[in-house]
Design a protein around this ligand. Structure first.
Ligand SMILES: COc1nc2nc(N)nc(N)c2nc1C
Length: 308
């Protein structure tokens, strides 16, 4: 039985990664569901064989009274804002002045309109997922985050890894959810961001599991491997099985950044998720370390906000 359960787990983990992270399923949903049901039945029959990182946690099952508090090892800061080209050029001048450099590589990333979360992996296992909270103390929403299919329950690393990203609800899931709520005379959610926040704050993870949330990771904290640039860190966590946003782009001048921002301010309506801006980050980790932080936010990043 132990071998059957282990074989089922590995197969379901692989199918899950293909479908939700690579978007290239190799088996039909019916096959995935059949195997999942088999594993649920086996775990119900032999509860002593159930583990915290079994794929069956994807469907939820724990009900909390309250969410425990979690202290962030490093504060989850906010970003300074830019609202126009002038702000972007001013940011570029500040960065070049502080570094005494003529040319800076920036990584431009879509700013997903969701909920910032921090994920901790110990010896390759997902152990804690927390909301940003007040930046210092967040809420432990691990069980709800485990229901996000694209979030890996285990990865091939030793030691500690912390990654941060945005949990969100795709537009299609949002529309379907609101249709169902209106049909039941429930209050519809105002926007996908509120719907994602409301879903992750459910004390019953079975409800969160039905909300079809997704997640993009965009920052690496403590990690087993050090990299020279932000782009390399993103490639590294992607290789570990995390979902990162493929629209990111390295720009070698603020002009290129301004073009990227202009392009996405119109193109964003075609995206399957809401974005509320573009995040621009100095790519070199060495430069980031030199620039450091203000009390509230990194000096090496800025968020260009689209008009509401
Ligand atoms: C480095 O800090 C950050 N990086 C970010 N990157 C993206 N793509 N989106 C965010 N919302 C974001 N927020 C913060 C505080």
């Amino acid at each position: 039985v132990r071998e059957d359960i282990q074989a089922l787990r590995e197969k379901l983990g692989q199918y899950n990664h293909e479908y939700y992270v690579l978007d290239q399923p190799s088996v039909p949903d019916s096959e995935y569901d059949r195997l999942m049901q088999q594993l649920i039945d086996l775990e119900d029959k032999y509860p002593e064989l159930k583990t915290a990182d079994s794929p069956t946690v994807r469907v939820g099952g724990t009900v909390r009274e309250v969410f425990e508090k979690v202290e962030h090892k490093r504060p989850m800061l906010s970003l300074g804002n830019a609202f126009n080209e002038t702000d972007l050029r001013a940011f570029d001048e500040r960065v070049k002045g502080a570094l005494g450099k003529e040319a800076i590589d920036y990584v431009c990333e879509l700013k997903i309109d969701g909920l910032a979360v921090s994920l901790t992996y110990e010896e390759g296992r997902f152990t804690i997922g927390a909301t940003r909270g007040d930046g210092q103390t967040g809420e432990d929403i691990t069980e709800n985050l485990k229901t996000i299919r694209s979030l890996p329950l285990s990865i091939q690393t030793s030691g500690s890894l912390e990654v941060r990203g945005e949990a969100f609800m795709p537009k299609a899931s949002f529309l379907k959810l609101n249709e169902a709520r209106i049909a039941l005379f429930d209050e519809p959610f105002a926007n996908p961001r509120n719907a994602a926040a409301g879903s992750l704050r459910q004390l019953d993870s079975k409800i969160a599991a039905k909300r079809h949330l997704d997640i993009f990771l965009y920052a690496v904290g403590e990690a087993p491997e050090q990299k020279q640039s932000h782009s390399e860190y993103l490639a590294y966590i992607e290789s570990l099985g995390f979902k990162t946003n493929k629209e990111r782009h390295v720009c070698s001048s603020i002009e290129e950044v301004i073009d990227y921002v202009a392009r996405w301010s119109t193109k964003r309506i075609d995206l399957p998720y809401d974005i509320d801006g573009i995040v621009i980050k100095v790519d070199s980790i060495n430069d980031q370390d030199q620039l450091g932080f203000t009390a509230k936010s990194p000096r090496w990043a800025i968020a260009y906000k689209f008009p509401a």
